[in-house]
Write a protein that binds this ligand. Sequence first.
Ligand code: TUI
Length: 315
Amino acid sequence: MTLHTRLTTLLGIQHPIIQGGMAWTATARLAGAVSNAGGLGVIGAGHMPTDSLRDEIRNAKAITSKPFGVNLMLLTPHIDEIVQLVLDEHVPVVTTGAGNPGKYMPALKEAGIKVIPIVPSVALARRMESIGADALIGEGMEAGGHIGELTTMVLTPQLVDAVEVPVVAAGGIADGRGVVAALSLGAEGVQVGTRFMCAEECTIHPAVKEAVLKAKDRDTVVTGRSTGHPVRVLKNKLARQIMELDSQNRPEEIEALGAGKLALAMREGDIQMGSLMAGQAAAMVCRIEPAADIIAEMMGDAETLLRGLAARVGA
Ligand code: TUI
């Protein structure tokens, strides 16, 4: 059995799993592996220079002939140039994060690109659907990185009730149980970030993978609320310094202290002074393994669980 939803049909993928487009983390190697395994691999553009992203997109095309996506991080200053690049490169799917992609929607749609905005609220979801979003990712605050206020458990069903397009649940989903829970809430797919940080093909520094593997249930914290851009990270020295500045309401100093710290973690492996963006599901990640194994296990367990539930109610 495979799970088909409107999302798998829309994207031409085998399994309803989108890999989170994590900045400095989701490179072509991970995205290509996820797409080859039947999910949707996504390159995280983050603050990447345009030339580097072009190379990454071409690498992904060399690794996989299947659909893949690019996540546009809308706070990046050269976002106009990045949008032009994904248009020029005919990237099949775009997800967007950290803002409202409205300005870019007409050009992306015109080019035949499937656009899937990540939204933290019902109001933004409705707006995105009205301007042509093909699907929506509702991201709960269990997720890592920049987050909204609502949990996946309450955001997902409200989005499903508010819009017609397929809804993808994100935040806190790392195994087959999460997939079934998301489907039960009406989602037609899941986005998984943190678990893919520990995929073999994920190119982040091994010290960060170790930190994710070690993480327990209460090891993430939300920092930077005073800046208006709250970010969930694994607790470390940097997180404690930012929390202290948050408590003193000194947002400018947080912005200055945070600059470049995601790359410091993911590329250099500085797990004390780097920004270890990861979701609460870090505590559920137990091993480093190929992306294909992550997808096969999640979908296999989801299917077994669905059958078990059906048997329990005598269906
Ligand atoms: O975008 C993410 N996660 C991210 S982006 C990122 S890079 C960054 N680093 C420091 C500060 C800020 C960003 C790290 N992690 N997830 C998707 C997501 N999008 N979560 C929340 C949102 C969101 C928030 C507000 C989407 C739209 C939005 O709209 C506000 C508006 O303009 O209406």
